[in-house]
Each structure stands twice: as C-alpha cells, then as structure tokens.
Write a protein that binds this ligand. Structure first.
Ligand SMILES: Cc1cc2nc3c(=O)[nH]c(=O)nc-3n(C[C@H](O)[C@H](O)[C@H](O)COP(=O)(O)OP(=O)(O)OC[C@H]3O[C@@H](n4cnc5c(N)ncnc54)[C@H](O)[C@@H]3O)c2cc1C
Length: 394
C-alpha cells in the first residue's frame, strides 16, 4: 500500500518536496489555493528595474506526472484525526501531512499602511504592488524616497536592503541622485541585523550616501502630512514611502491550536521539521516558527530533509541559510550561516551577483528536476559551509 502524503502549499517548499518523493512508495497530493507558483525574489526586479519577465508558472506544470494537484484552499487541519478540510468542500485523509503554506504580508498592524501600499506599492506582496513601486520611483524627480522595515518577520532578510541598493542605483542612473535622498529606517540597532553582514553593507550605504535610521519601530503613516511616525515618536518625512510589511503565518484553522504561535506560525522541531507533538506531520519553509531565515533556500533544504525522513532516513536540518543579496551596481554577497555558525562576513563580488541571477534563471528547472539539481546543490552547500568560509573571511 502506498502511503498517502498530503502537502498543503505548492510554492518553493511544497513543490520541491512533492518532486523529491518516489511515487512507487507514496501517493502524493499537493493542495494550493492558487493555480500558480510564484518566484517571489523577482518582485525586486519588477519594483526597481521594471522587469516584465514572467515570475509565475502553473503549479501543475511544475509537478512530476503522477503527483496529484488539487486547486483549492485548505480550510482546516485536524492533526489528531489526520484530516484536512478543503475550501471546495472535500476532506482529505493522510498518512503524512506537510504544511508548506508560506507566510503572508499583513497590513492591519500599522496605521495608514493600506493607504500607503495603494499609493506607492511594495515589493513583498504581489506583482501589482511591485509594479506600483516601479511607477513610484519613476515619478519621483526630487525629495525623499524612504524604505521602512515595518516589523518582523518578513521574507528574505536581505530583501529590504536589496530594495534600498537597487533604488539608489536607479536614481543615480537617472541622474537624480543629487535631488533624491534615499533613506532606510529599521527597528534594529544597525541597518542589517546580523553584525558580520552589517560590516559588509553599512560601509556601502555610507559610500553611496544612503541615510539610515536605526531603532525606528514604525507605528503609523500619516499620508496627509507625509510622515512615518515611530513608536518612539520620531518622524520621518518622505515624498514617497515603501514599507516592508510584517508577515504572519497560516490562515488555516489548526487543531490542536497550541501548535501555533501568536502570529500563526507553526511550531516544529528545528532539526526534523515535525510539527510539535506529531510524528506524522511536518511544516517546512516560511510557515514554520523554527529559528531560521524565511527564504526559498531554507524551504528547499527542509523539503529535502522531510523527503528523506519520510523514506526512513534519520535526516536532520542544520539550519543552513544561503540567501543571495543584491548590492546594486552588479555586486552581490550571500548571507550564509547555520545553527552552529554565525553569518559569514562574505565580501561583495561580481560572482555572487551573477550567482543570484543564474539561480533565478535555473529556478524552474531546479523545482521540476530535483534529481538533476540535488547533486549540484549538495556539492555547492558542502563547498560553502559556514564553518569553512568563516576561516577565510574574518
Ligand atoms: C522580495 C523577496 C525577495 C526574496 N529573495 C529571496 C532570495 O534571494 N533567495 C531565497 O532563497 N528566498 C528569497 N525570498 C523568499 C522566498 O521567496 C520564500 O522564502 C519562499 O517562497 C518560501 O517558500 P514556501 O514554500 O515556504 O512558501 P511560498 O513559496 O510562499 O508558497 C506557499 C504556497 O502556499 C499556498 N497557500 C497558502 N495558504 C494556503 C491554504 N490555506 N491552502 C492552500 N494553499 C495555501 C500559497 O498559495 C503558496 O502557493 C524572497 C522573497 C521576497 C518577497
């Protein structure tokens, strides 16, 4: 008898996991509310480069033949009785469940946030909002362009600063840098939260004349006065404002409820990805509350571990992150760490930037053909282990 695996979410983690499971042993069903899988990192290039390159594909086309796909939202999960109720009225029973529902930007926590997104857009939610950012940067001919981190967590730790670097380059390329001030505000003590990476990026911000404000916890946006106000009462005056929205976890009802954190992320073992208290249920990627960055690479690595655990191996996550970081002007770096090693101070290089762009080009193939890409990934991850790199880059 094949074991029934239900995967809720056909994004980075869910699709990669589905394609990694041997179909002779498993009956695999992927459920997603959306017919499309989005390559979210490309929002940056829609927002700050006006890219029109397609960044979504049909989930069905990315799954191996033989993997079932149901296009429906999942409404609720009953972990004790192994049942998933779908928004289309159907109920699915499973032997193993994997939740891979990602995270969602939320707009209700900061006063005036919705109005600001409608006007200026953002680059963490939808293609339409990223296109609005592109319109915003194109129409700003003078004044202050501000990017503010609206709260934790959000997808991809480097992404707020990537937007800052790309915006700065954009205004310079248009000959507007002496007229447009670029300002970045964060709730942290430094522009990038992890100190070693901050040592890489803070000098670049200074060199390029980007102003930054630390300990700025965004409370509200007053569009009529064009100010962003922090909880400490500090005011940031802007002419155009893009906020990195805080994200929340799943919208599904989950029983028992105590597996959820207050912001609806799912608690799990950080090594095995088992949902707290359940041997037959896992959570991977952004939906989980495990203490790792919310990145596609993390989701990918966790999917690999869960695929191997389902096949009887004692595979474990080591908390590896490997997030490409666009620094503008054709430069890049990577945020690399694991549970035992802090972020490596990897200096800017053209190679890292090219690797980011090459990764984007190869992404769809990586999802669809893990059997071809897994060996390449494994070799890459071994060669770039943080313990090894931190001896080179001190
Ligand atoms: C601007 C930006 C830049 C980024 N840059 C990088 C980068 O350079 N490198 C990197 O590794 N990562 C990057 N990321 C992060 C990366 O995109 C995410 O971490 C990754 O997509 C997470 O994968 P996931 O499978 O957990 O969730 P997702 O890919 O978001 O997939 C979740 C899926 O679940 C579905 N879903 C949700 N709720 C339900 C429900 N109730 N029922 C059914 N289906 C549901 C959704 O429709 C979606 O298809 C970036 C993200 C952004 C926004």
């Amino acid at each position: 008898m094949k074991r029934r695996v239900v995967i809720i979410g056909g994004g980075s983690g869910g699709a990669i996991l589905a394609n990694n499971l041997p179909l002779e042993d498993f009956e695999v069903t992927v459920v997603d509310r959306s017919p499309y899988h989005y390559y979210w990192p490309w929002l940056l290039y829609v927002a700050f480069r006006g890219s029109r390159r397609p960044m979504k594909r049909e989930i069905r086309s990315l799954l191996k033949p033989g993997v079932n796909f149901i296009q429906s939202g999942a409404q609720s999960v009953d972990l004790n009785n192994r049942k998933v109720v779908l928004e289309n009225g159907k109920t699915l029973d499973y032997d193993y469940l994997v939740v891979a529902t990602g995270s969602r930007p939320t707009y209700g926590l900061i006063g005036g946030h919705e109005k600001a997104v409608e006007k200026y857009g953002d680059y963490h939610s939808t293609i339409e909002n990223a296109e609005r950012v592109w319109k915003t940067v194109n129409s700003l001919k003078q004044g202050t362009f501000a990017i503010v981190v609206g709260g934790d967590p959000y997808r991809c730790p480097p992404s707020p600063l990537e937007g800052v670097f790309l915006a700065e380059e954009f205004f310079r390329s248009r000959g507007l840098r002496d007229r447009v001030k670029v300002v970045f505000a964060v709730p942290y003590p430094r522009p990038y939260p992890a100190e070693p990476m901050n040592e890489v990026v803070e000098p670049l911000l200074k060199e390029r004349g980007v102003e930054y404000i630390t300990f700025f916890t965004l409370d509200r946006i007053e569009e009529d006065r064009k100010v962003a106000v922090s909880m400490e009462g500090e005011e940031l005056k802007y002419d155009a404002l893009v906020v990195v929205p805080p994200h929340v976890g799943t919208d599904m009802k989950i029983s028992p409820e105590d597996v959820l954190t207050t912001d609806r992320f799912i608690q799990a073992d950080k090594f095995t990805n088992n949902i707290k208290g359940f041997d037959d249920a896992f959570v991977i990627g952004d939906a989980s509350a495990v203490p790792v960055a919310k990145t596609g690479v993390t989701a990918h690595l966790q999917a690999g571990v869960v695929a191997r655990r389902l096949q009887g191996e004692d595979a474990r996550n080591n908390g590896r992150t490997n997030c490409p970081f666009d620094l503008g002007y054709g430069l890049g770096t990577f945020v690399i760490s694991d549970y035992n090693n802090p972020v490596v101070k990897l200096p800017p290089s053209r190679f890292s930037h090219l690797a980011k762009i090459a990764f984007a080009a190869a992404y769809w193939d990586m999802v669809r053909y893990p059997e071809l890409w897994n060996p390449i990934f494994e070799a890459y991850f071994e060669a770039t282990e943080p313990a090894k790199l931190s001896k080179i880059y001190v």
